[in-house]
Design a binder for this molecule. Structure first.
Ligand code: ADP
Length: 448
């Protein structure tokens, strides 16, 4: 069976809850009030009856004129009735007493109140009887006015409570509405943001309540991050297709050249094939790097890695294929918990650049040390250097220093953006400095 729950606004839901709470409080207070009121009224009737019985007891030996006695006790209020029955068999009634007791006999008892009766004539009586060895006294106090008063007090109190509930409910509805206004505004604005994604709208942040204000701020931050990520993605796709288009067009140019002139001028073929081979290799490397940049290396396991060992392995690999001498000063026993592959790519890219952008006769220096829980990897070369105004930009995707010497050297401008992404992942920093008298120093600082 489906549990269908009706959707409700916060204002309705909160109002309902508060009104139920208010109602429960009012009902409890009223119940206590009714109980106390009825109890004291009942006790008052009991007291009245006892007073009369006590006087009868006092007079019982002093008089034999019961006729006068019965009338004396009830004369204050003609509606009451007293009956004295002697053991001798004689009975004495107060004025109209006989009719009243008769009406009472045919009447009904009140629920829960054993001594209260509604007589046949519609009057309400408090009835009590007391026995002595020589006589019995029965008393019917007319309590119509007391019962009437009590019920009108109850009626007025219930009426007042209903009014209080009505006004209270209305005030609760208004104040809850004011309170939840920030929530409904937020929901409305989120809808607007969803419907008009191009307008780059934001949520307005209310001052109060703090929770709503925090949610709105967090939502705005998330939205901003999301938008930036989307913009980066879009930029990435644009840049990547732009970068691939140029070599592809060149390859197609050479293919067309071979198709048009290959038969008549076979001498163009080797040159074009060499170009196609070189460009396609470059594209292969570039797409591989792009894939690395896009892939999340979090899928690899984090482990305790000996940094010195990895740096040495990368130096050895690069040294095999490069003419520059790579010198290293590596502190051993520096352990970093990271994905091994991340550290390898990081070190490989910086050392490769140091070699790539310097003369075959020059030297490259690699230092590894640890200072105050920070691992420092520095790579220094004696190469062409990086102009100050471009030091920040080299970490952007596809960015290459725009001067004749750099552009002669093959590259895609992706390597350092990969390095930046890895350093970022480990909350580290990169510094690009000049090496004296010439060249570049790249310094990577990784917190342990
Ligand atoms: P790539 O080397 O493939 O072009 P990178 O992202 O590794 O791409 O580097 C970006 C740019 O930064 C390079 O094109 C180059 O101009 C400059 N660069 C990086 N490292 C060095 C270095 N050690 N010396 C001089 N220039 C460098």
């Amino acid at each position: 069976m489906k549990n269908k729950r009706k959707k409700q606004t916060a204002q309705r839901q909160l109002t309902q809850r508060f009104v139920i709470l208010l109602m429960s409080i009012l009902i409890s207070v009223n119940l206590i009030f009714i109980l106390v009121l009825t109890k004291s009224t009942y006790e008052y009737m009991e007291d009245q009856a006892n007073q009369i019985f006590d006087s009868v007891a006092l007079n019982k030996n002093a008089t034999s004129d019961w006729e006068t006695v019965v009338d004396a006790y009830v004369s204050k209020d003609e509606d009451d009735a007293l009956k004295i029955s002697l053991n001798t068999g004689d009975s004495y009634y107060s004025a109209e007493g006989q009719e009243k007791f008769r009406a009472l006999k045919k009447g009904r008892q009140f629920l829960f109140f054993n001594n209260l009766f509604i007589a046949k004539d519609g009057e309400v009586y408090y009835f009590q009887q007391r026995n002595w060895p020589d006589l019995t006294a029965a008393l019917a106090l007319n309590v119509e006015s007391i019962v009437e008063m009590t019920s009108s007090i109850l009626f007025v109190s219930i009426l007042l409570n209903l009014i209080a509930l009505g006004i209270g409910g209305f005030l609760i509805y208004l104040s809850v509405g004011r309170w939840s206004k920030s929530l409904s505004t937020m929901a409305r604005e989120i809808n607007q943001i969803e419907e008009n994604p191009q307008q780059l709208l934001k949520l307005s942040v209310p001052e109060n309540p703090i929770e709503t204000s925090n949610v709105a701020t967090a939502f705005n931050m998330l939205l901003e991050e999301q938008r930036q990520a989307m913009a980066r993605e879009q930029q990435f796709v644009t840049d990547a297709s732009h970068e691939l288009r140029t070599p592809l067009a060149a390859i197609r140019g050479h293919v067309q050249l071979i198709q048009r002139r290959g038969t008549d001028h076979p001498e163009v073929i080797p040159n074009s094939i060499a170009f196609i081979d070189k460009e396609s290799k470059r594209m292969e490397k570039m797409t591989n790097q792009l894939l690395l940049l896009g892939r999340n290396s979090q899928e690899n396991e984090v482990e305790a890695v000996n940094v010195g060992e990895i740096v040495q392995q990368e130096i050895d690999k690069i040294q095999l294929i490069s003419k520059q001498t790579i010198r290293a000063e590596l502190s051993d026993a520096i352990i970093l918990s990271c994905v091994k592959l991340d550290l390898q790519r990081l070190v490989q890219n910086i050392i490769e650049n140091a070699v790539k952008y310097s003369d075959a006769s020059s030297e490259v220096f690699v230092y590894l040390s640890e200072e105050q829980q920070k691992i420092i990897i520095s790579v220094l070369d004696e190469g062409i250097g990086i102009p100050d105004n471009q030091k920040d930009k080299i970490f952007e995707r596809f960015y290459r220093v725009d001067d004749s010497r750099s552009s002669e050297i093959e590259g895609s401008g992706i390597g350092l953006s990969l390095v930046a992404a890895i350093v970022d992942k480990y909350h580290g920093e990169i510094e690009v400095l000049d090496n004296k008298p010439k060249g570049t120093q790249i310094k990577i600082i990784l917190p342990k």
